[in-house]
Design a protein around this ligand. Structure first.
Ligand code: NAI
Length: 290
């Protein structure tokens, strides 16, 4: 099933990336955010990214792709959208409020998807008058480069949406995997012990962060080590996902969050996006040993 006009809620790392993917696949894309600065940043960085892709010969015209994208701070611009993908802050109550708000302005047939990393799609769907139109579509960061997309039906979701979403993701050059609506779905559940154990190794002074990252990339074959990856994802996202998965699995110690990471979040050291996380990107130095 073709969905011509795509709406994106949130113009941060994920929203901008998913918007780029949809526009490059030929859709008209409406990117909405309630923060003007974030919209401006997304617009500027997308223009630069598309320009680079044109120079490398990966797309024929950056201008053509950019023309298909509009950036708005008024939710009413979603009126003509056929599929909306939400990528805002990882907080259930905020997502539920936004879904309820968006449902008031879209058509009866518009599909509403969440890019949540860990929250219950069923809870988000319950905030809507028509929960059968709600599903999870979980992209990975950076969305234009990462092929995998988890397709997550809530218990209320119309089963036809799963087929539609899998087909659409294929058209976008993605590989869809079906996952049940459980905390962290597949990848973020598997990844919790990866991050958690790495932080524990660091806290127990078995090795420092740079050594752990080096071992996992150079020897283990991972693209990024756990500390580099957490800084890349952002601790506002990564820590909150761990906390959600831990609570949702009834405080199973396998998913226990760490104080080292919590302190980073409290300090506003969110990772690359704030210039400092486990590593200090401005100064090129790492966090002091525990
Ligand atoms: P981000 O912090 O880069 O961007 C979030 C954007 O949402 C910001 O521009 C903010 O202004 C906007 N926003 C917040 N509340 C809003 C509201 N009520 N209405 C409209 N806009 C609002 O966050 P990021 O990293 O893009 O994550 C977004 C979502 O994607 C989260 O649910 C996260 O769990 C998920 N995700 C994140 C990944 C990552 O590696 N960062 C990977 C996969 C999923």
């Amino acid at each position: 099933m073709q969905k011509q006009i795509i709406g994106i809620i949130g113009s941060g790392a994920m929203g901008a990336g998913i918007g780029q993917v949809a526009a490059m696949a030929g859709h008209s894309v409406v990117v909405y955010d309630n923060n003007k600065a974030s919209l401006d940043k997304a617009k500027t960085s997308l223009a630069a990214t598309l320009q680079k892709l044109e120079e490398k010969g990966k797309i024929t015209s950056a201008a053509d792709v950019l023309h298909r994208l509009i950036f708005v701070d008024d939710i009413h611009a979603f009126a003509t959208c056929e599929l909306i993908i939400e990528a805002i802050v990882e907080k259930l109550e905020v997502k539920k409020a936004v879904f309820a708000e968006v449902e008031k302005v879209v058509s009866d047939t518009c599909i509403l998807a969440s890019n949540t990393s860990s929250l219950s799609i069923t809870s988000i769907a319950a905030a809507c008058t028509n929960p059968s139109r709600v599903m999870g579509l979980h992209f990975f960061n950076p969305a234009p480069l990462m092929a995998l997309v988890e397709v997550i039906p809530a218990i209320q979701t119309d089963p036809e949406l799963v087929t539609m979403a899998a087909g659409l993701m294929k058209e976008w050059g993605k590989v869809a995997v079906l996952a049940k609506d459980t905390p962290g779905f597949i990848v973020n559940r598997v990844a919790r012990p990866f991050y958690g154990e790495a932080i524990r190794i660091y806290e127990e002074r078995i090795a420092d962060m740079a050594t752990i990252d080096w071992a996992m990339t150079e020897i283990g074959g991972f693209k990024m080590g756990p500390f580099t990856l957490m800084d890349y994802i952002g601790h506002d996202v990564n820590y909150v996902v761990t906390e959600t998965v831990f609570q949702s699995f009834f405080y199973d110690p396998r998913y226990k969050p760490s104080f080292s990471q919590k302190r980073l979040l409290e300090a506003g050291w969110l990772g690359r996006k704030s210039g400092r996380g486990f590593y200090n990107y401005a100064a090129g130095v790492t966090m002091p040993e525990p």
